[in-house]
Design a protein around this ligand. Sequence first.
Ligand code: MRU
Length: 374
Amino acid sequence: MSVFIDTVDYIHGRVRIIDQTLLPGKDIRLDLDCVEDVADAIRSLKVRGAPAIGIAAAYGVLLELENILAEGDAGGKGFIFDRATGFDPERVKGLDVDLCGARLIAAIEKLALTRPTAVNLFQALDIMRRAVESEERCPEVYCGRIAGDAFHIHEEEIEVERRIGLNGARLISDGMTILTHCNAGGLATAGLGTALSVIYSASDQGKKVKVFADETRPLLQGARLTAYELEKNGIDTTIICDSAAHSVIASGKVDIVITGADRIAANGDTANKIGTFGLASTCDRFDIPFLVAAPLSTFDMATRSGEEIVIEERSGTELTHFHGIRIVPEGVRTYNPAFDVTPSDLISGIITEKSVIRAPYGENIRLLFFSPGQ
Ligand code: MRU
């Protein structure tokens, strides 16, 4: 059975995350106690990966509600909201819903400014905004909806990833070698991951698989995080540097490439960690299947094609410094896009919790989202 990682959770009235910037050396939990700390954790990649930042943001909004209620709780009775037991309606009775709503909207706006590319962040914040802006004026019902929606985003994600794993594992045969990029595992999500869920699921079914994991410069999510998870799960893993991936594919050592996604446009164009587009192009050249694994919450039906996807540009110090040591001469300019867009014609299939979507993507994605009964 695959090892479950508690990447992000809501525990004792705090947002608990694993500080991923310290992995694999230190496995440390951080209890974030205000929305600014949640925003900072997302911005600095302490919590990262498209689904995980969506869940962390939803919990950031719940945390703000928890803190508003604590300010009025002179008795200091401890935390209010709990994923397993819910909450005591008596404790929220005196809440001024209008004042509270204004603060929660400010929290949502703060969280929305953290990272621009992964759509899961905005999908989760939209759900929370609808709850916050509801007409409901009864404090018990109002709080119940906000807490319920935040917990639901988290719990649904766990089930969705399990199903992605099962759908994707059908494409994996015993003995296959899979190449993956960045980290699309439990550390990027709330359950087993997306691309890595496929690998865990195939392995749980008794298929012997090998994995090449790209190290994923500049922040090394592949070397630090993917290798960490795969090793914990007993998967045969080999780390390669990003620039080796193309010749490794060309030499016939790879049967299939599977990555995650940060945003999938309505026509199937897919934004993912920088370097993914190059991998897909190499797969196309050598006739190797290139698959994307992602939940439906990663699809952005309001974005028609990849050209409209905003690509996050991160600080140049991620390139100029390594472990705090300058490795690039002073004065040299940097350009550090964190993601790229793979055109859908290079994608062999998109593994979702419902099915594996194939070309023509525009049509098939529309059918999946808008057909009755789907
Ligand atoms: O910058 P990061 O580490 O948040 O980038 C993460 C990725 O690119 C992942 O591949 C993507 O979010 C999919 S996670 C299931």
